[in-house]
Structure formats: C-alpha cells, structure tokens
Design a protein around this ligand. Structure first.
Ligand SMILES: NC(=O)c1ccc[n+]([C@@H]2O[C@H](COP(=O)([O-])OP(=O)(O)OC[C@H]3O[C@@H](n4cnc5c(N)ncnc54)[C@H](O)[C@@H]3O)[C@@H](O)[C@H]2O)c1
Length: 428
C-alpha cells in the first residue's frame, strides 16, 4: 500500500521504517527541514538500536522517501499521524500539532480527493479520533482510525516489527479492512474495536505500567526500612502468573516522553468526566518523590555535598535511547546542584541534550573518568557502559568508595567484597 507518515520522531520514523520493511511504499513527512535532510541521507536524528541501518536499507530499496511537503504524499492511501501530543500547562494533552496535521491532510485531500484513511497513532485522549472524524466529515472519501502505538524506546524497531498487539479502532468495515491489509503478515493479536476503546487502551496500559513501577518503588522504601531485599521480593512476586515478572523493578523512578504526560492526561480526562483516579494520583506522587528519597541515602556518607565531587552515571531516561524527556537524572542533577555538589556526569549518548539544561555539570567521556576523585557514584541509568565496570580500578579512583545504585544493577556482592559501601534501592 502507499502510506504517508506525518511526524518523523521516535514513533513516526520507526513506523515509517517498519512499514517500508514490510513491503509498503512509504513517505515520511516532517515540518523540520533539518530532520528531513538528515533522513534522506540515511542519518537517523534519534538513537534507536538498529534503526539507522534499517533506514539506509529501505532508502536504498526505494520503499521509503522523505519530504517536508504533504502534497508529495498525495497518492498515499493511508495517512499515519505520529506527531507529538505533549503535556499542556494544565496537564491535558496538547493537541495542537495533531489538529494542524489534520488540517493539512484536509487541505491536501480537497485538492485531490480519493479514498483515504487517516490513522491517529499519536497518544490522544478518548474522543479525539471522533473529533478528527467530525472535522473531516466534509471530506466524504476520508475515514478515521485509531491505532495506538505500544513500542518501547530502546527496542522501538523490534517492537514495531513484532508488536505485542495491534489495536485498531474504527467503525466502518472498509476502514478496518484497510488496516488489516496494512498489517497483513504481522503476527500479533488484534483488538478491533471502537476509536474510543482503542484510545483508552493506550492510556490505561501506560497508567498500569506506571502503577507497577510506583508500587514497587513505594514498597522499596518499606523494604529498605525493614532490611529486606526488594529484588528478591520482586522475583518471588513475579513468579505468580497473575502478576508476572515485568515492570517490578524498583529504582529511581520512571521518566520518558510517555508515562509522565500520559498519566497526568488520563487524570485530567477523568476529572473532566467527574471521576477521581486516586491510585493514579498516588502513582505520580511516588514517582515525583522517588529521586528525593533516593538521594537521602547519600546523607550518611556525604552529609554536606558542598564542594564534594559526585559522579552521576547514566542520564537518558532508560538505556539504549538518547531521550531525556522527564528523565529522573534531571531531578537528581537539579537536587545535587542545589546541594552545592560538583557533579561529574557520564552517558554514552544523551550528554549533549543534558548539557543544554545543566551547563555547570562536568560531562566526561567515560564512566571511569566520572568517578575519578568522587565522594560517591550514583547509577541512574543502567547502560552496560555504566554497569560493567572494573571495580578494582573504580575503587582506586574514588576519593571515597560509596556507591548508590539507583537501578539495583551493580553487582552488590562483588562491590561490597571489593570494599565499597553500597546502597541499592529497597535493600538493607
Ligand atoms: N516515544 C515513545 O516511546 C512513544 C510510544 C508510544 C506512543 N507515543 C506517542 O506517539 C506520539 C509521537 O511521539 P514521539 O515520541 O514520536 O514524538 P517526537 O516529538 O519524537 O516526534 C514528533 C514529530 O512530529 C513532527 N511534527 C509536529 N507537527 C507536525 C506536522 N504538522 N507535520 C509534520 N510533522 C510534524 C515534529 O517535528 C517531530 O519530528 C505522541 O503522541 C506520543 O505520546 C510515543
């Protein structure tokens, strides 16, 4: 099929590449000229494992092209809308990019009408797909489907090619058929339903995953007080098939471009409908206080941070991505700067983005460099470059051998035996 993908960020670019790999003829559209210039050269503006190689391949095959002009996509049968839906000042989803993309589609369609399907892939509040359909009701040949995205940054391409499920929200049988045709050959369970159900499935999924994390983070505080081990507890819990092992890892809090904004957007949507989602409110509170709670563990070892060198390892919101949106590292850097610490930070990919926000932090080229002369080292993102360290060397380099493991990813037994004072999350 001929497909246009509007917005070439984390979701749009991955969607465009995966559809092209699956044999469709795809054109990616973005407003940002610089991005399109790079993409045409086979350079990915974002870091995602395997994405750039795949991009080069589909460009070479001629199944993917890019443009800043939507008119160049006029012969497409399907228009994916993958633009950002960030958090507005009041916590609701800011839909201005979405509506502006829809207006552009309408204009293009009116100039050359034909049967087309507009697919909303961006995460949007319940009712948005219906509103888009209403806005486009003047264009008789256009229909609207909701097709939320569930990819995980860090394994985005893999997830797009082998999704956990494909959720299709569409009323008319012909629209559902187009969506089925589009995903023909992709082996994943289908949920074919209304647009509203599809939209809520996305928010509910993210809210539930955030709830699991905050539940474990709150429990980790109790576990630390009791002297029990949250990792063992999570393992024991996860073996129950009703619970399952995923998303039970206590840490320094969740971040990223989705959970923070989607949980607040869902709370706002509920409030607009007179419903209070108390559990979700608590989920957000726990997450907001988790970095603060984590940093309190530093107090016994570094009672006064002023002038003390603190190493922060890992800045991206999770490993294998360059995304720092709402990363817990930002809260940690902010707090350490307020305490007057001299912060030395390392991340394999995300340093440049963080430097713009924290110009006074010293950014190092390796984890080993960051821990040089440090009074404590903090693990914030479990990149392998930050986890697999030569502990003897690290011990010798540090001014004081104190490790605060915000991801329970360092080898506790080994580092303790090596003489470090080690604190994990939710461990004695
Ligand atoms: N990032 C994720 O892991 C993820 C996962 C699932 C769902 N989502 C949802 O997908 C959507 C996109 O997220 P993202 O992380 O890819 O965002 P992003 O900010 O990385 O990318 C959005 C892109 O859209 C472009 N854009 C904005 N308006 C445009 C327009 N009118 N025409 C053409 N291009 C336009 C921007 O220039 C940008 O390149 C959001 O709703 C998000 O919640 C994201």
């Amino acid at each position: 099929m001929k497909v246009a993908v509007i917005g070439t960020g984390y979701v749009g670019l991955t969607t465009a590449v995966s559809l092209a790999m699956n044999g469709h003829q795809v054109i990616g559209i973005d407003l940002v000229e610089a991005k399109i210039v790079k993409l045409r050269q086979g350079i990915s503006p974002i870091y995602e494992p395997g994405l750039e190689e795949a991009l080069k391949q589909v460009l070479e095959n001629g199944t993917l092209a890019f443009s800043t002009k939507l008119q160049e996509a006029a012969d497409a049968d399907v228009f994916f809308v993958c633009v950002g839906t960030p958090e507005a000042a009041d916590g609701t989803a800011d839909l201005r990019y979405l509506y502006s993309a829809v207006a552009a589609i309408e204009q293009m369609h009116q100039a050359s009408p034909k049967r087309r399907v507009v697919v909303v892939k961006s995460t949007v509040p319940v009712g948005t797909g219906d509103k888009v359909a209403e806005l486009l009701s003047g264009c008789r040949e256009l229909s609207v489907a909701s097709n939320p995205e569930f990819l995980r940054e860090g394994s985005a391409l893999y997830d797009a090619l082998a999704p956990s499920r494909i959720v299709i929200g569409a009323g008319e049988p012909e629209t559902r058929e187009v969506m089925e045709e589009l995903y023909k050959g992709v082996d994943a369970p289908r949920v074919v339903t209304t647009r509203a159900n599809a939209e809520l499935i996305k928010y509910a999924s993210n809210a539930f995953l955030a709830t699991r994390i905050s539940f474990m983070n709150e429990l980790a505080r109790l576990s630390a007080a009791l002297g029990t081990d949250i990792v063992t507890i999570a393992h024991g819990m996860g073996l129950d098939s009703r619970i399952g092992p995923e998303f039970l890892r206590a840490g320094v809090g969740y971040g990223g471009s989705c959970f923070p904004k989607d949980t607040i957007a869902l709370l706002q949507l509920a409030a607009q409908n007179g419903i209070s989602l108390g559990i979700l409110e608590q989920v957000r509170k726990v997450n907001a206080t988790q970095p603060v709670w984590f940093l309190q563990q530093l107090q016994p070892f570094v009672p006064d941070c002023r002038g003390k060198r603190i190493a922060v390892l890992g800045l991206a919101f999770k490993p294998d991505t360059d995304d720092i949106r709402e990363a817990p590292s930002l809260a940690v850097l902010q707090a350490l700067e307020e305490k007057g610490a001299a912060v030395f930070a390392y991340d394999p990919i995300a340093t440049d983005a963080v430097r713009q926000k924290f110009p006074n932090v010293t950014y190092t080229k390796t984890a080993e460099e960051a821990v040089q002369g440090a009074h404590a080292a903090l693990l914030i993102t479990e990149w392998k470059e930050c986890v697999q360290l030569d502990w003897e060397q690290v011990y010798q380099k540090m001014a004081q051998p104190v490790l605060l493991d915000g991801r329970n990813a360092w080898p506790a037994k080994i580092v303790k035996e090596a003489g470090f004072r080690y604190v994990g999350v939710g461990k004695s």
